[in-house]
Design a protein around this ligand. Structure first.
Ligand code: HEC
Length: 108
């Protein structure tokens, strides 16, 4: 009985770990790319329609602290409702990885 419970527990833990293990590139592709593009430049239909910022611009990168980026991903944008909050969908670690991923879009 106890072993079965332990087995069940370890199985569900494995599934949770797998979800968190999804690489940041996979998360970006699945959840962010449709609006922000593969490179963060927002050369997408939604990007044009909503005039989404080009995240590869050094000026944008400089104007935002990591905490600002983290907050927009977690809480969504107060300026544009199309940018939804992701705190229910992503772990804090995934959000941190996304911040680093976005930093890597910087040109030059
Ligand atoms: C349905 C389209 C859409 C999706 C999907 C989307 N975004 Fe956005 N995002 C937007 C829009 C629109 C803005 C512009 C909001 C603004 O001006 O504050 C934005 C802005 C941002 C900003 C910049 C805000 C600023 O301070 O300039 C960041 C960072 C961001 N999104 C990250 C993400 C991440 C990470 C994901 C995936 C987890 C994601 N977005 C998914 C539409 C989207």
């Amino acid at each position: 009985m106890k072993t079965r419970l332990a087995l069940l527990l370890s199985l569900s833990l494995a599934t949770a770990a797998q979800a968190a293990d999804e690489s940041v590139a996979e998360v970006w592709t699945a959840r962010c790319k449709s609006c922000h593009g593969p490179d963060g430049r927002a050369r997408t239909q939604m990007g044009k329609k909503e005039a989404i910022v080009d995240m590869s611009q050094p000026a944008w990168q400089k104007a935002r602290a990591d905490d600002d980026i983290r907050a927009v991903i977690a809480e969504g944008s107060s300026r544009n409702k199309k940018m939804k909050p992701y705190k229910e969908k992503l772990t804090p670690q995934q959000i941190d990885s996304l911040v680093a991923y976005i930093r890597a879009f910087k040109k030059g």
